[in-house]
Design a protein around this ligand. Structure first.
Ligand code: FMN
Length: 171
């Protein structure tokens, strides 16, 4: 797919079909995460795959932000592995790196004929505890992936974009 066709047709999907995602597709989404650029190539992230009935039930009990998707990735950042900018030591690139990793995953999901949703609104501590995520790893986002339900559609916010003149300025 042409890049704009791919990126332009992606939307946050909040209604999924029950059809499971094929393992090969999930593996390619994970491979896309593995080739994402990260600051200094430190790769300060870990991904947990939730696809068993038990794991999906657990995440659905914690949050409804996975919208009953049949496949959920928990994206964790490892701040201690993140690149730190010596000019501004309070800047740690781990969260930024995770954002790029997530983008790779969502676009590859689209390429595989799947839809996705990135969600950050959930109880991070509860996710950490429920899935036994080790100390030093912070569950920063849930990426839900699946085939869209027949009546799935983009939300109103999808098309609400700032004008380019507001976000881009040539200096
Ligand atoms: C970092 C991040 C966190 C988000 N968290 C949530 C969330 O918790 N719940 C939700 O329904 N959507 C969430 N979204 C989806 C956004 O609302 C959505 O991307 C935005 O409205 C643009 O719509 P679109 O993705 O359909 O283009 C999140 C998106 C991003 C990038």
């Amino acid at each position: 797919m042409d890049f704009f066709e791919l990126a332009g047709s992606r939307y946050s999907c909040r209604k999924y079909s029950e059809r499971p995602v094929e393992t090969g597709k999930s593996n390619r989404i994970l491979a896309a995460a593995g080739i994402a650029p990260t600051a200094h190539n430190y790769q300060p992230f870990r991904i947990y795959v939730l696809r068993s009935g038990d794991a999906l039930n657990k995440i659905r009990e914690i949050t409804n932000m996975t919208f009953r998707a049949p496949l959920v990735y928990v994206i964790c950042t490892v701040e201690s592995e993140g690149w730190v900018n010596e000019f501004t030591p309070e800047f740690n690139a781990a969260e930024l790196d995770a954002g790029i990793v997530i983008t790779h995953m969502m676009l590859e999901a689209k390429e595989e004929g799947l839809e996705s949703l990135c969600a950050c609104w959930f109880d991070n501590a509860k996710v950490k505890e429920t899935f036994g995520i080790p100390d030093g790893q912070f569950p920063t986002a849930l990426i839900s992936v699946g085939y869209p339900a027949e009546d799935a559609h983009p939300a109103k916010l999808h098309t609400k974009r700032r004008d380019m003149s507001e976000i881009v300025k040539e200096l």
